[in-house]
Design a protein around this ligand. Structure first.
Ligand code: KG4
Ligand code: ZN
Length: 344
């Protein structure tokens, strides 16, 4: 059994965790910067980088102490090396490089999206490759076929906003604060999902891609009209998002041999209504539905350590001069999508 230290600093969570190669999370720390960014209604890159720089080193010391593990006991040090806010990514990656060099332990540079993509296998050892993955977070909205460690085939992506971003913008329009996903979900429980007519962008299109910008604008118009209760807007928005997800998944998996499992990962996977809808979709197709526990859905370091453990098991590590990547597609062979923004 080996131990991997994982480091995450690509957005607004600073996190460190120790995970064993047999799936035990033996120590973890996570610090959210939500309060620091809340006054701005979104993540401010400079504030994020400074906060990571302040918090990360003591956090790493804490997890090692708690587990009574020395740096030299580690089998690898895995850090998010992109995609994400470059200042924050560099704080984590440079720390990992320094520790790896000082202790002569292999460095593993992890694609943050790979962390999300493999996280369900940390929680569930029975989940085998291949599986269909819906990756829905603040920066990404993709459907992938996960065929093995390092083998990801992108079937769909968003041509504009990510779904988490749409939740966050809806929350802002409704005055619910940041981060918006959980707040919109809570308010939606009190609303009528059929009360507000909202569009389902790209539903019916033959390509399985996503678009959420038009939905967000429609939410804004609904709010400005003064005709609808906020809870009804929240519930109708969430239902429109679910309808989009299910239709796009249907198209993405059409005419393919269905993999045995449908997996959801990323921050938006914490949404109970979305999980329920996906479970129904999977059941109808005799696919197993797998969603990691909530704490593994949002950004965390255990998933980065686990992705490191998976890479280590397949004999991979990275050189100490590995350069942080603000953009880093999981499937570099995926054809570019017309209209797709920086986050695709
Ligand atoms: O994966 P994550 O922690 O960070 C990124 O890599 O982006 O995802 C954060 C996103 C935010 O947009 C947040 O609003 C959304 O996940 N989110 C949710 C819920 N919890 C978090 N969206 C909908 N419902 C939720 N319960
Ligand atoms: Zn993430």
């Amino acid at each position: 059994m080996g131990i991997v230290l994982g480091i995450e600093s690509s957005c607004d969570e600073t996190a460190a965790a120790l995970v064993t190669t047999d799936r035990q999370i033996i120590a973890e720390r996570i610090a959210s910067q939500v309060e620091a960014h809340a006054p701005y209604g979104g993540v401010v890159p400079e504030i994020a980088a400074r906060a990571h720089a302040e918090k990360l080193a003591p956090m790493i010391e804490d997890v090692l102490k708690e587990a009574n593990v020395a740096l030299t006991d580690l089998d690898a040090i895995a850090a998010t090396a992109g995609p994400g806010l470059i200042g924050g990514v560099m704080v984590g990656l440079v720390s990992a490089k320094a520790l790896a060099m000082a202790s002569d332990v292999p460095l593993i540079a992890i694609n943050h999206l790979e962390g999300h993509a493999l996280s369900p296998r940390l929680a569930d050892e029975t989940l085998k490759f291949p599986y269909a993955l819906l990756l829905v977070s603040g920066g990404h909205c993709q459907i992938l076929m996960v065929e093995g460690v390092g083998q990801y085939r992108r079937l769909a992506t968003t041509i504009d906003d990510a779904l988490g971003e749409a939740f966050d913008k809806t929350a802002k329009i409704l005055g619910l604060g940041y981060p918006g996903g959980p707040a919109v979900e809570r308010l939606a429980l009190e609303g009528d999902a059929s009360a507000v007519p909202l569009p389902r962008p790209l539903v019916g299109s033959g390509e399985p891609h996503f678009s959420f910008a038009g939905l967000k604008s429609a939410v804004m118009r609904a709010k400005d009209s003064g005709n609808y209760a906020d809870a009804d807007i929240a519930a109708s928005f969430q239902q429109a998002a679910i309808d989009c997800l299910l239709d796009r998944l249907r198209v993405a998996l059409n005419n393919r041999t269905l993999p045995p499992a449908l997996v959801v990962a990323g921050g938006v996977a914490a949404n109970t209504a979305i999980r329920g809808a996906l479970e129904g979709f999977a059941d109808a197709r005799q696919m197993r539905f797998v969603a990691p526990p909530m704490t593994l859905c949002t950004d965390n370091a255990a998933m980065i350590a686990w992705a490191g453990a998976e890479r280590l098991a397949s004999g991979q590590s990275d050189p100490l001069d590995f350069v942080a990547r603000p953009r880093w597609p999981l499937d570099p062979d995926a054809a570019p999508v017309r209209g797709a923004g920086a986050k695709a």
